[in-house]
Design a protein around this ligand. Structure first.
Ligand code: HEC
Ligand code: CU
Length: 492
């Protein structure tokens, strides 16, 4: 009797374990989002709302999957890359970046790629949201005047780059053939005041940055990863000035950020902000918080969010800073509303800062002297180099200065009216209020330990540049100026 009962219990335990095992296995299967999204039934049909940057289509509110029809038209168009610089962009929808597409996970996307008959090239599309050969490129190569159709189920949520993948790919992508498709998670992100679309790209023009006119693509620069322009939304200034992204104090701003490349990785940053939340690499499951700069690889994306606590103009940059300040990767978010002096005081005061032992007039020549110049022309030429290493940082490349900080040397009355005074300014430095061309300045120009020859050269260069009087300053002039100044040694 007893043995039989024991056997019965054993049987039950086995059965129970087996059931638990089965339940675990099936729960694992249904937790595979690909399977879940593949199985989700399609109800109804709609045409996708497509938007041009910086606009984002409205959030999707339906709680079921549907069939979404997308028509994306490839157009080769001439447009503005920078002031006075135009470029033949190849686009998905008429602008760079291409139209923003928004679907929901589980949706069945019927994709129509239309290649406008006026185009010269065949194109295709690789959407990083597609799980299938070439991301759709294999089934979408389309000649001008043709349209290709393929479909895919949105199996995983995320913000995905799409781009042309026709050879030479670097050229098609380099001409602007990229955009973003957002596969909205089943449980959408919370509603925010503003959603914007920002996409970085690098451009390779034959002419150097700033060279005017219609610029052709340079394959050589593209292959060497030497862009002339790095921009947001297809051109310098596209989201700055009057086109700045707008917000109000108290708003949360959400940016859907992509990087089309074709080559550079972006160190995406907003100056004067901290990202409260970043869905890094556009993964929608594990956001991170309190991020200063997020990396966005070429062919990658991220969703970032930040709250505006204070008003102001916040610069959007690639923090590889020459790209921001010299090649165009500079945008703006402008927030209006009441100040919050506790969060940020703004400037409280500005005083000249002269620590003890500095600002001393060094009026002696250094021991190593440059070779003397033989002509005015040679002096000007040598002076240019002196200017670039010693003066340009403050007085700027074209002598224009910086309002409120560094006076102009270009057409400066202070400079042109009194040569001896100008020489003494360079020998001994200068501090205290002064007026140049009716503008007041009150800063400190450091004293220079330059030789008489170098001072003669640099001032001759300054005088013969930017509309100045053209005077030659000789080492003898500098010597005379020195003789009229008190000699002081720098304390070591
Ligand atoms: C660190 C920044 C800085 C550098 C570098 C600098 N300057 Fe200046 N410079 C100033 C400031 C600031 C003033 C105005 C000083 C004042 O307010 O009294 C000034 C004034 C002048 C003036 C007189 C005002 C005018 O605009 O005509 C001359 C001339 C001048 N600098 C020439 C030079 C030359 C030449 C060099 C290079 C050898 C040079 N500076 C390097 C900051 C600089
Ligand atoms: Cu193409």
């Amino acid at each position: 009797m007893r043995a039989a009962a024991n056997n019965n219990i054993r049987l039950w335990v086995f059965l129970l374990l087996g059931l638990i095992g089965l339940a675990l296995a099936s729960s694992v299967a249904s937790a595979d989002p690909r399977e879940q999204n593949l199985k989700e039934p399609i109800k109804g049909e709609e045409t996708a709302v497509l938007t041009s940057a910086p606009d984002v289509p409205p959030p999707i509110t339906r709680n079921h999957a549907t069939k979404v029809i997308v028509h994306l038209e490839v157009k080769e168009v001439e447009g503005r890359l920078a002031d006075g610089v135009s470029y033949t962009f190849w686009t998905f929808g008429g602008k760079v970046p291409g139209k923003f597409i928004r679907v929901r996970e589980g949706d069945l996307v019927e994709f129509h790629l239309d290649n406008h008959p006026d185009n010269k090239m065949p194109h295709n599309i690789d959407l990083h949201s597609v799980i299938g050969q070439g991301g759709g490129a294999a089934s979408s190569l389309t000649a001008p005047g043709h349209s290709s159709v393929f479909s895919f189920k949105a199996l995983l949520p995320g913000l995905y780059v799409y781009h042309c993948a026709t050879a030479p790919v670097v050229m098609h992508v380099g001409n602007g053939m990229y955009g973003l498709i957002y596969v909205q998670p089943r449980k959408p992100l919370p509603k925010v005041a503003h959603e914007y679309y920002v996409m970085q790209g690098d451009f390779y023009t034959k002419g150097a940055n700033g060279a005017q006119g219609l610029q052709p693509f340079s394959m050589e620069k593209a292959l060497n990863e030497r862009p002339e322009y790095v921009v947001f939304n297809g051109s310098v200034g596209s989201i700055a000035g009057d086109n700045a992204l707008k917000a109000k104090v108290g708003d949360t701003v959400r940016l859907f950020v992509g990087n089309g490349g074709p080559n550079l990785t972006s160190s995406f940053h907003v100056i004067g902000q901290i990202f409260d939340t970043v869905w890094t690499e556009a993964n929608m499951t594990m956001p991170v918080h309190n991020v200063q700069t997020t990396m966005i690889p070429s062919g990658g994306a991220a969703v970032v969010e930040f709250k505006m606590n204070v008003p102001g103009t916040f610069l959007i940059v690639d923090h590889s800073l020459q790209r921001a300040f010299n090649r165009g990767a500079l945008g703006q978010v402008k927030a209006t509303g009441p100040e919050n002096k506790l969060a940020y005081s703004g400037k409280i005061s500005d005083q000249v800062y002269i620590p003890e032992g500095t600002g001393i007039r060094v009026t002696e020549q250094p021991s190593r002297l440059p070779a003397p110049a033989h002509s005015h022309a040679e002096r000007v030429k040598l002076g240019e180099a002196v200017f670039k290493t010693n003066c340009m940082a403050c007085h700027q490349e074209n002598g224009q200065g910086i309002p409120g900080a560094f006076p102009p040397l270009a057409k400066s009355d202070y400079l042109n009216n009194d040569m001896m005074r100008a020489i003494k300014t360079v020998i001994g430095g200068r501090q205290g209020a002064l007026t140049v061309n009716n503008q007041k300045f009150d800063g400190v120009m450091p004293a220079w330990t330059l030789s008489d020859e170098d001072i003669a050269n640099v001032l001759s260069y300054v005088y013969s540049s930017w509309g100045n009087s053209g005077k030659e300053v000789t080492p003898a002039d500098v010597k005379t100026a020195r003789s009229q100044m008190p000699v002081q040694r720098a304390s070591q």
